[in-house]
Design a protein around this ligand. Structure first.
Ligand SMILES: Cc1ncc(COP(=O)(O)O)c(C=O)c1O
Length: 378
């Protein structure tokens, strides 16, 4: 008997470590939790106020399952003004975070046995979502020496007849890397020549500290591009669950809409009103604060002799720990009460991810405990 797709996937490892750290905290332990995949800032006031206003006005009913037309219009304008990316409101489907947008995209394009190329280190949910959509993840392991960017040869070896899509995630979780323009063009060229979809996950595109982020938009043939973004990381709105997928491919758009309507209907109506305000809310103060933390963590990591690439975007430091990253994280938590995520969770064993979406005090304490831990095992 065939296995059911859910038998082939494990619960999200990043959420697992986070849950363990939270359990220890609830027991009163002095845990420094560096697993966070979310900004620690409160959601900006104008966004919260818009939600309160929506509640008071009684905007508590179902909406268009693609998302409120006013929200999709606002996203369309915001993408154009801020990122020079042009999608009309009709080309956008709003979902429960970037996560559901990605799932809707995979479920729309994959047939049984279709392959999707992923570049490791990779975000934990891609393989599971592909498997749930009855596709097959094909993981291309990128190299630390290449800044965790794929080379043309590495990509070409993985492309086969039933390759249906390539996922690009830049700025990258967990490496913090930003793909250079040549790499993006190389991927786009291969996809364009062979008619392969590109799903571009740009949820960290606002959080850039060095160089510039370039979108896959404009490089990939428009009928092959599925663009994913969300307000979660950019506007400190992780719990509100507002993300979106956009494509000019009418067939794919129609399929994503159908899935959204049957799986979830619209996302939370109040959160949609909040997201309209997010489109007009400046988030540069958060980026400035992240810059300071990044500088601090890079300096400490250098001082402690860690082996890492300077993160250019997102809010993670991904450093080498030798062979057994899972053991490293378990012992770090047990001995020093510091929670970090093993690279294995991202298909890149031998590394550990820590998040700098924490105050400087917390980062200072966390880094000094990591240093003590490494000294005691040197
Ligand atoms: C690379 C990447 N894509 C997508 C998401 C999903 O974000 P959301 O909270 O909007 O579902 C995350 C969240 O951790 C992420 O790191």
């Amino acid at each position: 008997m065939d296995m059911h797709p859910t038998d082939l996937i494990a619960p999200s490892k990043t959420l697992e470590v986070d849950a363990l750290a939270k359990k220890l905290i609830s027991e009163g332990k002095d845990v420094v939790n560096l697993t966070a995949g979310e900004p620690d800032f409160p959601t900006p006031r104008p966004i919260v106020e818009k939600a309160v206003e929506a509640l008071e006005k009684g905007y508590t009913k179902y909406t268009d399952s693609n998302g409120l037309p006013a929200l999709r219009e606002a996203i369309s304008k915001y993408l154009k003004a801020k990122k020079s990316i042009e999608f009309s409101a009709d080309e956008i489907v709003v979902s429960n975070g970037g996560k559901q947008s990605l799932f809707n995209a995979f479920a729309s394009i994959l047939d049984s046995g279709d392959e999707v190329i992923l570049f490791a280190p990779l975000w934990v949910s891609y393989p599971a979502q592909i498997i749930l959509s009855r596709g097959q993840p094909v993981i291309v392991k990128t190299k630390f020496e290449n800044g965790f960017m794929p080379t043309k040869d590495e990509l070409l070896i993985a492309v086969r007849e039933n390759t249906k899509a390539i996922v690009v995630n830049s700025p990258n979780n967990p490496s913090g890397g930003i793909y250079d323009y040549d790499t993006l063009k190389m991927i786009a060229q291969i996809a364009n020549e062979r008619g392969i979809f590109v799903i571009t996950d740009e949820v960290y595109d606002d959080l850039v500290y060095e160089g510039t982020h370039k979108s896959m938009y404009g490089l990939v043939r428009e009928e092959l591009l599925i663009y994913i973004n969300a307000f979660s990381k950019s506007h400190s709105m992780t719990g509100w669950r507002v993300g979106y997928a956009a494509t000019k491919n009418k067939d794919v758009k129609k399929k994503m809409s159908k899935i959204q309507s049957h799986v979830a209907s619209n996302i939370n109506t109040i959160a949609q009103y909040a997201a309209i305000a997010a489109c007009e809310t400046d988030n540069t103060y958060m980026v400035e604060e992240f810059k300071k933390r990044r500088k601090f963590i890079i300096e400490k990591a250098r001082e402690y002799g860690l082996d890492f690439l300077e993160p250019k975007g997102a809010f993670y430091l991904f450093f080498k720990v030798g062979d057994n990253d899972e053991e490293f994280c378990k012992r770090l938590l047990a001995e020093k009460l510091v929670a970090a995520v093993p690279g294995s969770a991202f298909e890149m064993p031998g590394f550990v991810r820590i998040s700098f979406a924490n105050s400087l005090n917390i980062l200072e304490e966390g880094m000094s405990r990591i240093k003590e831990f490494m000294d005691s095992h040197a």
